[in-house]
Design a protein around this ligand. Sequence first.
Ligand code: NAP
Ligand code: MG
Length: 404
Amino acid sequence: MKKITYKTPIVEMQGDEMTRILWDGIKELLLEPYVKLNTEFYDLGLENRERTADKVTSDAAEAIKRFGVGVKCATITPNAQRVEEYKLSEMWLSPNGTIRAALDGTVFRAPIMVKGITPYIPTWTKPITIARHAYGDVYKNAELSVGAGGECELSVRYADGRTERKPIYKFGEHGGVIQGVHNKDDSIASFARSCFNYALDTAQDVWFGAKDTISKTYDHRFKDIFAEVYEREYKPRFDEKGIKYEYSLIDDSVARVVRSNGGFIWALKNYDGDVMSDMVATAYGSLAMMTSVLVSPDGKYEYEAAHGTVTRHYYRHLKGEETSTNPIATIFAWTGALARRGKTENNAALVDFAERLERACIATVERGIMTGDLACIFKRDGVTARTVTSREFLKAINATLQEI
Ligand code: NAP
Ligand code: MG
């Protein structure tokens, strides 16, 4: 059989632990037999990050800017225990954080849906894609404990000597706490553009919610920038595609999301996104079925699984055990990247292959063959779930792929 080819490389970032093992299995059994992979390879495994003093991560980020499409395996974010375990010379930063900062990107997370795994909210028949603003607010705050009688104000000093002040609160006989947060107009505008680009790309509406009635300057700025960017740069293209942008108050937005059928992008401020993404991921059934893509405001895409390196399974693997680790989100990271490359090069064969591989994953589970994490929540009339090892599962997906 003739392998599918494409011209511009995809940036391939290998990672750590169990997902590193799955990565090689996916390439060997599901990709290389069908596609002549053309990749710029970066090994982001912790050992190589240590060897290169983490230069490999920034090199990979630069390569994504150059080639426009990347696919990344899960990686360890070092903590004190990892520094010890891997004898690190430094506690290297989170690779995802480094790449996100380099691309000024927004992360979109969406569940992979299969029949037999029902969301806790059964009306959610389509995926909800969460877009979380990844800059500022309470994540870059300044906080103080304030004693009794403390008088607190906001103050801004400009280079020309001008100052602006506003009282926050004058504490009485009991003290308390205060907090200062900020965000930047250009970061908010980049966030809006990433959301609108992704909406055009996936033909979905965008919902954005904030609390502008209470926060008349801060949250209102988010609302205004979204509206301006939309009207000025996106409205005609949205109209043409038949999709819309809608703003509502965050509490109203939550209520409408719960009542909805899914099928839209939910753009959220940093803290709201942090909280709601865990709620939405859990409600859809399994973290192992959640995809994640980083999109820059100028349209660079980096695909990965939302889960980590599945350390517990890896330690069992090291003892010689065959594990039943779910490779689906990592496979979808590859199909996302291949389909994206297919679109940038008008390569219908590549787009078609990526779509077929996704359907093969879903069909394999729906027929009852799956990894352990899914088997314990799978319920489908007339189908009994059979738990297989990761490698058996990849082979079963390949068998399905050849049929459909
Ligand atoms: P994790 O790797 O997501 O795994 C947490 C647990 O969730 C696993 O022990 C497993 O549960 C279940 N799970 C996750 N993915 C699964 C899969 N594909 N198949 C089956 N079960 C799956 O999170 P973690 O253990 O907190 O973190 C491990 C490492 O990953 C850390 O070093 C962290 O820094 C890193 N991490 C990286 C990323 C990233 O690169 N994007 C994201 C998050 C975490 P059971 O053990 O009960 O089977
Ligand atoms: Mg969280």
